[in-house]
Design a protein around this ligand. Structure first.
Ligand code: ADP
Ligand code: MG
Length: 740
């Protein structure tokens, strides 16, 4: 007898176990059972009623088979005629090898392919097929759908199916992680039955039932893990932060030049309440670019200071940290000059900590943080790794979550005996399935409205191979500049000999922007096009007659920090008209006077990333314009760009991104490269569950998990579920270690 941990080699022998291990990394019975067929063949059509273009799947017998040498190319081609007793169809294989041995007269198989017509006869070119052992005999009709597995090198599909059947012969029972109550409530088959439904279905409805059950199981295990984690967090204790009356927050509110939106007020209240509890706050705030998250964060930080503590604001890049520092000190005015001559009595200090500061400045800022003189400390994510000392850290705000890893979040939470309250902000709209999984251990708030007075953004796709369009693009920039506005031109790479644009080659410190990676779906193009570099584009712009007299500057992550800062400040002050940059401006940069953005080689960016980028324009009183330039002829990239041009609904685009590029990307803006099928998974990566398709399953599982854990926190009554949860935790830790 076998169970899921049994080695395949013990059960199947080396001839089968070898290829399964080598080609697909399948070593145990459990591995093989998780190796789901990619699709199923069902013989549904017969050969007497065909039409060109139809996809036919039919059982038929090989009538004749012949090979012939090809004239122009090496090798031979194979012509086969099949019949189902009523009609004949010709098959053509341009490579006979591997097929002529299988398709000999008398053999019966299921054939699948698109019907064509050649010289007046029906034809299938390179059809998929599966030989049926035992011919067309009586059992052919009541065979279920035939599973088609991903190719295993060195094994035929039928041999894989045979291995699975052998495994089932030896498998008496498997653990059942689903509580019986839930199974009966949702009408789900048992685990063993479901596994059989996947691999040896009698009908396709078996497959559907089985898939549903196993997806629900995966969702329930994960949601149970999250529910337990939330319960643990709820049991943690920290200091409640109750701000004193008439402090910094009140003074700040009194001088706020605008009125808070209803959403901002609401979220503000939630944060105040949670910080006033002795359970650490752990909240995700999502809101479109420009929805006013920074003000919310600042108000929470002021409340923390009013409660006698300190707040840290972490940004993903030095540019952003510096910008936050600048805008916070400006907004606070004399409130940020605590202890200084002319500063407000109730004021505090805002320290900036970046790696590029002079030693003296840095030492002073470190001192201010440690002594508590600085109520607010702004820095990059490195702040938490560098063991910066605080007098009494009450609140940590993390800006732009999608660059801030889950692990870093955990590190933060685990800091000290008195964990800080945590607010994470993201401008990438996150589909609900993702908040319920990847961020499932946090509470979430969403800002849905934009502050009044925001202008709309129009987006167009510009084909780069049309000189007139390109010309017009530069003219549009010139027009905006003439009416006093500014422009961004964004490029996928830096280009001063940064290694030919290979993705990631230039990424050194966390402060470097990520160079957009070439799309995975661009296989259609013969050789990868060179991506536009900042310096090359700058040169083009300088030579363009349309832009004569316009001041142009360059910004990218490998410039010296003080140069970056100088350029950014000059652009903010309006001294630079056109900023040619990499995605270093992607997040959070706020220059309301910038109205046009041109993205060069836009196809090199992800959907959400483009949406994020264009959020930099249209932030002021003037309408924004975004021009997505592309030289790609790949249909897929054109479709993506059209989608971005077609909607400004970030949630819709995030969903699309999720569909196209997978979770990792939505969250990190870089290629996720999911790795082998399901192994080495990290949080939010699933074997069978799809965050696009399975929203309902995930919702249901979450609800069920919450009540399960509420009733039985230790899962004492559900040992097999507990074991599955532990396995999942192990898999995540392994994945984390692997990523380093
Ligand atoms: P986010 O961080 O969500 O992208 P910000 O907080 O940077 O957005 O806000 C964008 C701009 O809108 C800032 O200039 C900010 O001062 C302004 N702003 C924020 N809230 C409001 C409001 N309620 N009314 C008007 N302007 C606002
Ligand atoms: Mg922001």
């Amino acid at each position: 007898m076998a169970d899921e941990s049994t080695r395949l080699s013990a059960l199947l022998g080396a001839r089968s176990a070898g290829p399964l291990a080598k080609s697909r990394d399948l070593h145990t019975v459990g591995d093989l059972l998780e190796f789901w067929p990619r699709r199923y063949l069902e013989h549904t059509s017969d050969l007497s009623s065909l039409h060109v273009g139809m996809y036919v799947v039919a059982v038929a017998e090989v009538k004749t088979s012949s090979t012939r040498r090809m004239q122009k190319r090496r090798g031979e081609m194979l012509n086969v005629t099949i019949t189902d007793g009523t009609s004949d169809v010709d098959l053509t294989f341009f490579k006979a090898w591997g097929h002529k041995e299988a398709l000999v007269p008398g053999v019966t198989a299921v054939f699948a392919g698109e019907v064509g017509m050649y010289r007046g006869r029906w034809q299938l070119t390179h059809p998929a097929y599966q030989v049926l052992e035992g011919g067309l005999g009586t059992d052919a009709a009541d065979r279920g759908p035939i599973p088609v597995y991903l190719q295993v090198k060195g094994m035929q599909n039928w041999a894989v199916a045979e291995c699975v059947r052998i495994v089932f012969d030896h498998l008496e029972s498997v653990p059942e992680p689903l509580p019986a109550k839930l199974r009966s409530r949702h009408g789900l088959p048992g685990r063993l039955e479901a596994l059989k439904g996947i691999h040896v279905p009698r009908a396709f409805s078996d497959v559907q039932r089985a898939r549903h059950r196993l997806r629900y199981e995966e969702a329930l295990v994960f949601q149970t893990l999250l529910a337990r984690r939330r319960a643990e967090q709820a049991a943690e204790r920290t200091r409640a932060r109750t701000p004193r009356e008439g402090g910094l927050l009140a003074a700040f509110d009194a001088r706020l030049p605008f009125e808070l939106t209803a959403g901002q007020r609401e979220v503000g209240e939630v944060l105040a309440q949670e910080m006033a509890r002795d359970t650490p706050m752990n909240r995700l705030l999502q809101g479109e670019v420009g929805s006013g998250k920074t003000v919310i964060a600042l108000r929470a930080m002021l409340a923390a200071v009013d409660a006698g503590g300190q707040a840290a604001l972490l940004a993903p890049t030095e540019v952003l940290a510096a910008q936050h520092h600048r805008s916070i000190t400006t907004m606070l005015g004399d409130l940020a000059e605590g202890g200084m001559l002319g500063g407000s009595d109730i004021g505090t200090r805002v320290a900036l900590l970046t790696g590029s500061q002079s030693t003296a400045t840095r030492r002073q800022n470190l001192l201010d943080a440690a002594s508590g003189d600085a109520g607010i400390v702004v820095g990059t994510h490195a702040l938490i790794q560098e063991h910066v000392q605080f007098q009494d850290l009450a609140l940590v705000v993390v800006d732009e979550q999608h660059r801030f890893g889950v692990e870093q979040r955990d590190a933060l939470r685990g800091k000290g005996t008195q964990p800080p309250h945590v607010l994470v902000m993201t401008a990438t709209p996150i589909p609900r399935t993702v908040t319920m999984t990847v961020f499932g251990d946090m509470e979430t708030s969403t800002l849905t409205e934009l502050p009044r007075g925001r202008s709309p953004i129009t987006t167009h796709v510009v084909p780069a191979d049309r000189p007139a369009w390109v010309q017009r693009t530069w003219e549009r920039i010139a027009e905006e500049v003439r009416s006093g506005r500014q422009a961004y031109v964004v490029c996928p790479r830096i280009g001063d000999g940064d290694g030919g644009g290979s993705a990631g080659s230039a990424v050194g410190s966390p402060d470097d922007e990520e160079i957009a990676a070439p799309d995975a779906d661009e296989g259609e193009e013969a050789s990868p096009r060179e991506m536009a570099g900042v310096y090359a584009v700058e040169a083009t712009l300088r030579e363009s007659p349309a832009l004569e007299g316009v001041s142009i500057a360059v910004l990218h992550g490998r410039m010296a920090p003080e140069d970056k800062d100088a350029v950014m400040s000059a652009f903010t002050r309006g001294e630079i008209d056109v900023l040619v940059s990499t995605t270093v401006i992607e997040v959070g940069v706020d220059v309301p006077n910038a109205t046009v953005m041109v993205v060069v080689d836009a196809d090199r960016f992800g959907v959400s990333q483009l949406h994020q980028l264009r959020g930099r324009v249209g932030r002021g009183r003037h309408a924004g314009l975004c021009l997505l330039m592309t030289a790609s002829e790949a249909e897929a990239s054109r479709e993506r760009l059209d989608a971005v041009a077609g909607t400004t609904d970030g949630f819709e685009l995030a969903r699309l991104d999720l569909q196209l590029r997978g979770t990792g990307d939505v969250l990190s803006g870089r290629q996720s490269g999911g790795g082998r099928s399901g192994r080495g998974m990290g949080r939010g990566s699933f074997r069978f569950l799809s965050l696009v398709r399975d929203e309902e399953i995930i919702l249901q599982a979450r609800e069920d998990a919450v009540s399960l854990v509420a009733a039985d926190p230790g899962l004492a009554g559900h040992p097999e579920l507990l074991a599955a949860v532990r396995d999942r935790v192990d898999a995540e830790q392994a994945a984390f270690l692997e990523r380093g």
